[in-house]
Design a protein around this ligand. Structure first.
Ligand SMILES: Nc1ccn([C@@H]2O[C@H](COP(=O)(O)OP(=O)(O)OP(=O)(O)O)[C@@H](O)[C@H]2O)c(=O)n1
Length: 446
């Protein structure tokens, strides 16, 4: 079997071979090519030692990452290629670092330390595929299986438990039983892994086609309570809300699957109905209301995303989406809708609509969908016609008001807010002379 390796990668393999070394493309890219997918990047493994690699690629731009582990990145216009020296590792004492690392002459040694059979294959044109652990067979049978003893593999890096779930979710594979049980046994050990690495894998699960599968696997393996304990109380929690025919957990997972794969929207789906059981109030008809859960969910999202070391931008976006998600019931007049665009932002407003549509689809309130679809059309129109919803879109600015004789100070802001308010109701007022006149009338009345 021959793969189509891009020229910029082939060039590196050939250079290493010409210098008398072995060189193979390895890991995820082989898996992806066998699945008929385009690999995101290519990793190369070789028996050339790190100091030799630096010599060989002295004419290239390179970045050396952890020289002691033998990795350099060769940077070319078409993409970066990571080259790692074949290595063997000793036992991992703390689930983070091996006791020792030695460089090897055999590619099989390098493959033996890798996580899953489907990631433990190497290839070059001359030798073909090297697959000592049945990676191709497991790809065919759609199975995630560790290379060798699963407990040992996980103890080397407990993130691998979450990686097993991530690959199973992304590829729609099942996790082999011994791998699954070992993962469940060691699940609490994931606390040894840094939050950045955990959230990286977790976000990949959230962005897959059917993230609910991943969340359910996390629950079954005991990983969910380690990574996102805030979701646990929603399991089996009946809101006693006639609009919801599922418990909160299943409702959340349904919304998750029905949102587009955009990280802020998927995260907002995850948090949108998180509340405290104590916040459930039962009214006189016996109907439950998860009182103020949009606020609790928004606060929870902030706290969890801080723990996940997410960027401020992402935290703010998710917070706002969760906080505003309930307003699909509101009957916005023109001004209300424009204020909503102003609060959300012109891209994020569509994330909110996506979230609300998914929320409605997963409840018994199907009738409201038309209402939200109408709302989306009107928002698109507002943006297309550039109808003002923000002060910067007014045909007049603070400078113009000063020229009209207004004094510098808070009054300028007040007048501009007043003008925006008028323009949001009647877009045709957004014209310089009209606004000047309205500004002067406003002051006269005051
Ligand atoms: N904890 C880990 C992480 C990675 N690997 C090995 O390193 C390779 C590259 O890892 P990475 O780039 O994280 O993942 P990919 O397999 O390339 O998958 P993706 O590109 O989808 O992240 C993997 O294929 C696997 O052989 C491993 O053994 N153990």
């Amino acid at each position: 079997m021959q793969f189509n390796i891009p020229d910029y990668v082939e060039k590196i393999l050939e250079k290493l071979e010409k210098e008398g070394y072995q060189a193979y493309v390895v890991g995820g890219s082989i898996r992806d090519m066998l699945l008929g997918k385009n690999p995101k990047d290519y990793d190369i493994t070789t028996d050339a030692k790190p100091f030799e690699l630096e010599d060989i690629f002295s004419d290239f731009k390179t970045i050396s990452v952890g020289k002691e582990f033998g990795t350099i990145i060769v940077c070319q216009e078409e993409g970066n290629v990571e080259i790692t020296t074949f290595r063997q590792e000793g036992n991992y004492l703390d689930g983070r670092r091996p006791e020792w690392v030695t460089f090897s002459r055999k590619v099989e040694d390098d493959l033996s330390r890798r996580d899953f059979t489907i990631n433990a294959m190497a290839y070059n044109k001359k030798v073909g595929i090297i697959d000592p652990y049945g990676g191709r067979e497991d790809l065919k049978n759609r199975i995630i299986r560790t290379v060798g003893n699963p407990e040992k593999r996980f103890s080397e890096d407990y993130l691998r438990i979450l990686r097993a779930i991530r690959f199973a979710t992304e590829l729609k594979f099942t996790i082999d039983k011994p791998t699954f049980y070992a993962g469940r046994k060691c699940s609490s050990k994931i606390s040894n892994v840094s939050m950045e690495r955990i959230s990286d894998e977790f976000f990949k699960i959230l962005l897959s086609k059917k993230p609910s599968n991943g969340i359910r696997m996390m629950e079954e393996m005991g990983i969910l309570e380690m990574v996102l304990p805030e979701l646990i109380p929603t399991i089996g929690f009946d809101q006693r809300n006639p609009n919801h025919n599922m418990d909160v957990y299943n409702h959340i997972l349904c919304v998750l699957d029905n949102t587009p794969p955009i990280i802020q929207t998927r995260l907002a789906a995850l948090f949108h109905d998180i509340g405290k059981p104590s916040s459930l109030t039962i009214d006189e008809r016996g109907i439950g209301h998860f009182y103020g859960h949009d606020q609790i969910g928004a606060q929870t999202s902030k706290m969890v995303l801080e723990r996940f070391k997410a960027s401020n931008d992402l935290r703010d976006k998710v917070y706002l989406l969760v906080k505003e998600h309930m307003n699909h019931h509101a009957d916005f007049k023109e001004k209300g809708l424009k204020r909503l665009i102003r609060r959300m932002g012109e891209k994020e407003i569509f994330d909110l609509i996506d979230l609300q549509i998914a929320d409605i689809k997963c409840s018994n309130e199907k009738a409201t969908i038309d209402h939200i679809v109408e709302r989306r059309k009107r928002i698109e129109e507002i943006l297309e016609k550039e109808e003002a919803y923000e002060i910067r879109q007014l045909a007049i600015n603070g400078r113009d008001l000063l020229d009209l004789g207004f004094k510098q100070g808070p009054i300028i802001g007040q007048v501009l807010e007043y003008l925006l308010d008028r323009v949001m109701d009647k877009p045709e007022l957004n014209e310089k002379d009209t606004l000047k006149k309205l500004a002067l009338d406003y002051i006269d009345k005051k």
